[in-house]
Design a protein around this ligand. Structure first.
Ligand code: 13P
Length: 249
């Protein structure tokens, strides 16, 4: 398997968090937020990467970024590079998040270049895939996911990789996919990854919270969660980590 096999609970803070708020978050995380069976990662905004690297490392929380550009340096105003992310202490980088695909119009071609750049400079991509509601309603979910996973075609399967299935209609809406939908879709994603030669960990994302984490993480084929809103508060994030730890135990 490319990358770690431990269950991963990753928090994507999106465009949230000041220095003061993040220091309170760290304080509230307590002494040992990452239990034995679970890997914990957080993706704060770029401005907080450097100040949080050390306090996160002290609590065994892995640092990640929410996006990056595909070049190491140069005249790309407003962009951040994989070299800078490594310099700031990142291990992970989220690529292909639906908010980047939809708002910034990121294409599969660009995402593939970013995957290459992430690997070249030692980052582990968390490749996000997910269908919109109309895709699901038209029965096109698998077609959309296969197209998004096609960026992996021909890429070296030895590189570390995590995939996150995040149905777009479940992101920030409070609607989660049903257990049946999660099991069925994760089985398809795993089969497609196997076909492409990338036998990696697959996370679920989309309105994961302290109340539903246990049920979602118990689904076959779910090897962790990518959490948005519920990762902004230490208590709800820790409850999700606890749920993952019991599921693994
Ligand atoms: P929410 O957990 O807020 O739905 O966000 C999910 C997500 O997009 C994580 O990347």
């Amino acid at each position: 398997m490319a990358g770690s096999t431990r269950c991963l609970i990753a928090g994507n803070w999106k465009m949230n968090g000041t220095l003061q708020e993040s220091l309170s978050f760290i304080h509230d995380l307590g002494e040992n937020p990452a239990p034995e069976y679970v890997e914990v990662a957080l993706m704060p905004p770029f401005t907080l990467l450097h100040p949080l690297a050390k306090p996160f490392a002290e609590k065994e929380v892995c640092l990640g970024a929410q996006s990056m550009y595909c070049e190491a340096r140069g005249a790309y105003t407003g962009s951040i590079s994989p070299v800078m992310l490594r310099d700031a202490g990142c291990h992970y980088v989220i690529l292909g998040h639906s908010e980047r695909r939809d708002i910034q119009h990121e294409s599969n071609t660009l995402i593939r270049k970013k995957m290459d750049a992430a690997w070249e400079y030692g980052l582990e991509p968390i490749l996000c895939i997910g269908e919109h509601l109309d895709d699901r309603e038209c029965g096109k979910t698998n077609e959309v996911l296969a197209d998004q996973l096609s960026v992996l075609e021909g890429l070296n399967a030895e590189h570390p990789l995590t995939v996150a299935y995040e149905p777009v209609w479940a992101i920030g809406t409070g609607k989660t996919a049903s257990v049946e939908q999660v099991k069925e879709t994760h089985a398809f994603v795993h089969a497609e990854l196997q076909r492409l030669g990338h036998d990696c960990r697959v996370l679920y994302g989309g309105s994961v919270n302290a109340g539903n984490a246990e049920e979602l993480l118990a689904c076959k084929g779910v090897e962790g969660a990518l959490v948005g809103g519920a990762s902004l508060k230490a208590d709800s994030f820790m409850q999700i980590i606890e749920a993952a730890n019991s599921a693994e135990n």
